[in-house]
Design a protein around this ligand. Structure first.
Ligand code: CDP
Ligand code: MG
Length: 162
């Protein structure tokens, strides 16, 4: 199924000079970049993105940390489109805790914080966010992009990648 999904290169990815490297992985896999921008997120935007459900999942301390983390500098917001894009993007990104992420994934290649460290300190910088399911993707795309910021065009290699 052709899907659209949201990716954020979080402030650590931007500050470490990994924008090109991260973007390349989605682009080369054949996902079509349909929107792209640099944003300094406000606390309000970050709070809408990481809603209370994150506190239910990981505890309030993690949510508070996350809001500080994602507002600590500019991020790159990216929308991509492609066959099964939501699942493919999550696979390219890797597991939540970089120490558990497979080599070859973005988190597995460029970060190494362990789950133990994240749990103990209620924090974990892991370079990228990616929507988890269709409902989240729809909500998150609408949060970060207006309709006129999302573009439609044909990639020259579509016959090989779809
Ligand atoms: O990003 P992902 O969907 O893999 O994980 P999540 O469960 O939705 O958690 C959102 C983010 O919270 C993670 O990407 C981490 O940056 C952060 N987190 C953390 O800082 N400390 C934890 N113990 C767990 C998650
Ligand atoms: Mg998540």
């Amino acid at each position: 199924m052709i899907q659209q999904t949201l990716i954020l290169i979080k402030p650590d990815g931007v500050k470490r000079g990994l924008i090109g490297e991260i973007l390349k992985r989605f682009e080369q896999r054949g996902l079509k970049i349909i929107a792209l921008k640099m944003v300094q997120p406000t606390k309000s935007l970050a709070g809408q993105h990481y809603s209370e459900s994150i506190a239910e999942k990981h505890g309030p301390a993690v949510r508070n940390y996350l809001l500080d983390y994602v507002t600590s500098g500019p991020i790159i917001a990216i929308a991509v489109q492609g066959a099964d894009a939501i699942t493919i993007v999550r696979k390219i990104v890797g597991s939540t805790y970089p120490g558990e992420s497979a080599i070859g994934t973005i988190r597995g290649d460029y970060a190494h914080a362990s789950k133990e460290y994240a749990k103990k300190n209620n924090q974990g910088q892991n370079l990228v966010h990616a929507s988890e399911n269709e409902e989240d993707a729809k909500k998150e795309l609408a949060l970060w992009f207006s309709i006129d910021e999302i573009h439609d065009y044909k990639r020259s290699d579509e016959e090989y990648i779809l």
